[in-house]
Design a protein around this ligand. Sequence first.
Ligand SMILES: Cc1cc2nc3c(=O)[nH]c(=O)nc-3n(C[C@H](O)[C@H](O)[C@H](O)COP(=O)(O)OP(=O)(O)OC[C@H]3O[C@@H](n4cnc5c(N)ncnc54)[C@H](O)[C@@H]3O)c2cc1C
Length: 286
Amino acid sequence: MHALTLGVAADGLAGELAAHGVAVVHQVHHDLLADYGPEAWGESVAQAVRVLLPGSVLACGTDRGNEVMAQAAARLDVPFVANVMSVTAADVWDVTRVRWGGSLLETCTLTADVKLLTVSHHAFEAAESPVAGTTATLSVDLDPALARTIVAERVERAAGVTLATAPLVVGGGRAVGSAEAFAPLEELAALLGGVVGCSRAVTNNGWRNHTDQVGQTGTRIAPDLYMACGISGAIQHWVGAMASKKILAINTDPEANMVAKADYAVIGDLHKVVPAITAEIRRRRG
Ligand SMILES: Cc1cc2nc3c(=O)[nH]c(=O)nc-3n(C[C@H](O)[C@H](O)[C@H](O)COP(=O)(O)OP(=O)(O)OC[C@H]3O[C@@H](n4cnc5c(N)ncnc54)[C@H](O)[C@@H]3O)c2cc1C
């Protein structure tokens, strides 16, 4: 297994890649790769494939991973399968991939000489398998015209845990009722070292910023515990929450989809249940 890193900033990944079984890291350095640009990155992957002749090329099924691999596939004129969950590799590959934000699983057969895939979010755990890895420099020839899409502005994220990486998320839905009514959820999240997330009903109402939205058109979360308060569990929300290790639903409706899918549920009014949980934690902590 070899890896390709693009840009000087990625050179530091070599050690971690060797710890996960990568024998050779091919490092590509070029002025056009100093920042993200899908055309230059995709062309670099395509050139690397022509030189290194791999049997398959895998990347993360993030927006960026899918964009770069789509660019590479178009330049190589080969098919590309995005968001793969499982592969059975024989002469032809049988591949299952996630579509429509997780509401459809598609199986397909991949027969190309070089197989381009991205791996669906949270589909696999990264396994440690240390090897004595080496690095090599790979030259690419990039036309300045490839700098068609460039990073024009960078906005600093607030420091601290993010929704995508938080070990605990307290999510609020339409039933929270207003921006101000999120205060008890904020208090509980802070007490447990977590962050607050929300459904699209909340962002549509302007109660919270879109950066807090969990779901298909928001952030995909994978905390140890997701406390979903007054959230019905619509499929578009669920696909963003389903990688949570445990889910606690707080809902007045015992038939709500989120209650059916949760590991634990409290059937009750979130405006009473959330402050009661906070009070009990404070009491136990003395
Ligand atoms: C293309 C598309 C993309 C979308 N993307 C997303 C997305 O990324 N994220 C997302 O969240 N949604 C998304 N949606 C919207 C999604 O379909 C739902 O409309 C939305 O998730 C509903 O939000 P909700 O659960 O907060 O509200 P509701 O569905 O109205 O549910 C409110 C819940 O609160 C419960 N409740 C009521 N009162 C109380 C109370 N006092 N205490 C406790 N529980 C109470 C109710 O029983 C109900 O289950 C998308 C929709 C489309 C069409």
